[in-house]
Design a protein around this ligand. Structure first.
Ligand code: GLN
Length: 284
């Protein structure tokens, strides 16, 4: 079984170490003997909607979003839509997340059209309040910056956020989780991220995946189920990754119960992808 990953705009959209998300995905596949292929899809490259199992896009500044917006819709849009509707997994971080919604209104008030896969839109806080950003200090005042922890089902996700945009989910859109620490989508409604089919949008930088191994495996499982619906991932010895997760959680939100941190119990039935390696995932 082979997992094909489409890394969208790797040279433009990879802020605050977001490329580490790709590394985490590849590592957890390789340790299980799952073959991977990474398609680095820069400006001008199309997405093969039937051949891609997992879509990955990182964050970037408004200027980066301006650079890719047209290409995302015109060149890559049809393939991305086909992949998502066909059940491909996906992770869109921050600026990438924003452009998977209907539009992003930048700090200077320009509307950049998005794919509209997430039923949501984003407006930069400066555009919302009509503020001019002439200095770094002014720019900093309207940004949502800091640690970000969210409840994701009965577990937590940890990372940090740094964005001026505020994302508003439309009625019926499903948030990824609820903010425990930080500001999330828009600093107001307590929601963080968005989910559509197997596509996840989130403001979690960090990079997000290395210290959220349960999220990595969630994405890999969704992606591989395109090939084998009954597939179950073998366990890994990932105590180090869980220690990183717990450490980040303890630093930012010491009051949060460890019970919520526990990774999902591995189901016992089903077929396994690749080979098992090492001991079960157990958080510290
Ligand atoms: N430019 C966007 C904003 O400031 C996205 C930032 C990012 O990807 N970190 O809202």
């Amino acid at each position: 079984m082979k997992l094909t990953i489409a890394h969208l705009y790797p040279t433009v959209m990879s802020q605050y170490g977001d490329r580490g998300n790709l590394v985490a995905l590849l590592q957890r596949c390789h340790r299980r003997g799952i073959d991977t292929e990474v398609l680095e899809l820069n400006l001008g490259a199309v997405v093969d909607g039937d051949g891609v199992d997992l879509l990955l896009i990182g964050g970037g500044a408004d200027s980066h979003q301006r650079l890719i917006s047209e290409d995302l819709i015109e060149i890559k849009g049809p393939g991305i839509r086909r992949a998502v509707e066909g059940g491909a997994a996906g992770l869109a971080i921050c600026a990438g997340y924003q452009l998977f919604g209907h539009y992003y209104r930048t700090a200077d008030g320009t509307d950049l059209p998005g794919l509209g896969i997430f039923d949501a839109h984003t407006v930069h806080r400066a555009a919302e309040i009509g503020a001019r950003l002439d200095t770094i200090t002014q720019a900093g005042e309207v940004r949502a910056v800091g640690n970000l922890v969210l409840r994701w089902g009965d577990r937590n996700l940890v990372g940090f956020e740094n964005h001026g945009g505020r994302t508003y989910l439309h009625p019926g859109a499903q948030p990824l989780g609820e903010v425990v620490v930080g500001q999330g989508n828009n600093s107001q409604d307590g929601h963080e991220g968005c989910v559509y089919r197997n596509l996840i949008g989130t403001y979690l930088h960090g990079p997000a995946l290395p210290k959220n191994p349960h999220l990595v495996d969630h994405l890999i499982s969704d992606a591989l189920r395109r090939h084998d619906a009954g597939m179950v991932l073998p366990r890994l010895d990932d105590q180090v990754e869980w220690r990183a997760h717990t450490c980040a959680l303890d630093r930012t939100s010491p009051g949060v119960s460890r019970r919520r941190v526990s990774p999902r119990r591995w189901p016992s039935g089903g077929r396994r992808a690749g080979r098992a390696s090492g001991a079960p995932s157990v958080p510290a």
